[in-house]
Design a protein around this ligand. Structure first.
Ligand code: SAH
Length: 389
């Protein structure tokens, strides 16, 4: 088998599973893109098996500490293990991310289950080349009605792959409404704009809604209205939900009708809306901020932090003493400390003292691996305004 000799002091010696192009000392044999290679240290000791793609910055991703082929049997075992892990945590696996890439020992493979249907993404070349074996393994473990490929993530280009989507097994699902803890979502697995729902936020709807009873709620970046519906169901006195996407607002409105929740939807840019509402002197008792990632790279972190601060400042000024801000960052490039400091800075400018009420994270069906910081990306806090000056 071909091998890569890894430079001393590479991150793989510090708990990581990736090898960057700059960390390869030499290649042994003639590994082809998508092949399995053995990783070795300079003394020739094996570090395990990895998938190889010289087109990517990350040329190798370790998936096993042994000599291991990527065959159907291996996929079946890893997928079963990933499902068992979620079951053991008490996660409703009917609506869940069942396989999350490196976190489940399958770098580049993402599998989501929506009831009887499964959505698959293969974001590394090695996984993409073995799609047939993966589909067979999924059929064996999950017995789904259909498997849909939503391979439209731009990161595929970094691995030299095209973007594509379609049904790759069985009878596809019609667009359908799905109910989760009383919240209604529309799921269009084939033509939906997204690959599905924000599954990583599913538990946080419940956590935030716990703070909503008797409060007037503003849900910014609502998408399908998950937070807004949960808050309305939990007894909020008023719920206003905002998103800049016309189609998201249309879906969210029909979801709210179906769940019987009373929500005022506004199609607007949250930056403009928060500024106007602040200037007008609007008040809410609970404001939720769940923006998209403002930065995909380390280079634009400062711009992203300025954007975050602007919406936090406006939101905090609209909260009276006793009001609550629930806020999320889904950008891995913004550290927990930077995010936290930005909130502190915004609070000073807004003349508010904040008391931490809750810390939020990603749903545990997106497991965090301690040595792989890239697997932790969703953070959030609830802060109560304890003084306004
Ligand atoms: N809170 C949602 C997920 C939000 S995803 C949930 O839990 O499901 C981010 C959303 O922000 C998307 O729906 C996108 O349409 C919207 N968006 C992006 N930029 C925006 C802006 N400037 N103003 C308002 N909405 C925006």
């Amino acid at each position: 088998m071909s091998a890569l000799i890894v430079q001393p002091r590479a991150r793989i010696f510090h708990g990581h599973d990736w090898v960057y192009a700059t960390e390869v000392k030499n290649r042994v044999g003639d590994p082809q893109p998508g092949d399995v290679v053995t990783l070795k240290d300079v003394r020739g000791k094996s570090l395990g098996s990895a998938i190889y793609n010289p087109k990517s910055q990350i040329v190798a991703r370790r998936f096993s500490f042994r000599n291991q082929e990527l065959d159907q049997d291996f996929f079946t075992r890893r997928i079963q293990r990933a499902v068992n892990h979620r079951v053991s945590l008490g996660i409703d696996t009917q609506l869940s991310r069942l396989v999350w890439s490196e976190s489940d020992g399958l770098p580049g493979l993402i599998v989501d289950r929506y009831g009887e249907h499964v959505v698959l993404q293969t974001l590394t070349l090695a996984m993409d080349l073995r799609k047939d074996a993966i589909v067979q393994a999924l059929v064996e473990v999950l017995k789904p009605k259909s498997i849909i490929e939503r391979n439209e993530a731009p990161v595929r280009r970094a691995e030299g792959m095209e973007l594509m989507k379609g049904v790759i097994y069985g009878e596809p699902s019609e667009p359908a409404q799905l109910k989760h803890e009383g919240i209604v979502f529309r799921v269009d697995l084939i033509d939906g704009q997204k690959t599905g729902l924000y599954i990583d936020q599913l538990d946080n709807y419940r956590h935030v809604a716990r703070l909503a009873k008797g409060r007037s709620v503003l849900d910014c970046f609502t998408n399908q209205g998950g937070f807004a519906q949960a808050c309305a169901l939990a007894g909020a006195t008023r719920v206003v939900a905002v998103d800049s996407s016309e189609s998201a607002i249309a879906v969210a409105r029909s979801n709210a009708n179906a769940s019987g929740t009373n929500i005022e939807f506004i199609e607007a840019n949250c930056f403009d809306l928060l500024k106007e509402s602040d200037v007008r002197g609007d008040r809410h008792d609970l404001i939720i901020l769940d923006p998209p990632s403002f930065t995909k790279t380390k280079q634009s972190v400062n711009d992203a932090l300025r954007g975050y601060k602007e919406i936090h400042l406006r939101a905090l000024k609209m909260l009276p003493t006793g009001g609550i801000l629930s806020t999320f960052s889904c950008s891995h490039h913004i550290s927990q400390m930077e995010f936290h400091q930005m909130i502190v800075d915004a609070a000073v400018d807004a003349k508010r003292t904040l008391r931490q009420v809750t810390v939020y994270g990603q749903r545990p069906d997106h497991p965090i691996i301690a040595g792989l910081p890239e697997t932790e990306y969703l953070r959030g806090y609830a802060f109560e305004v304890v003084a306004s000056w």
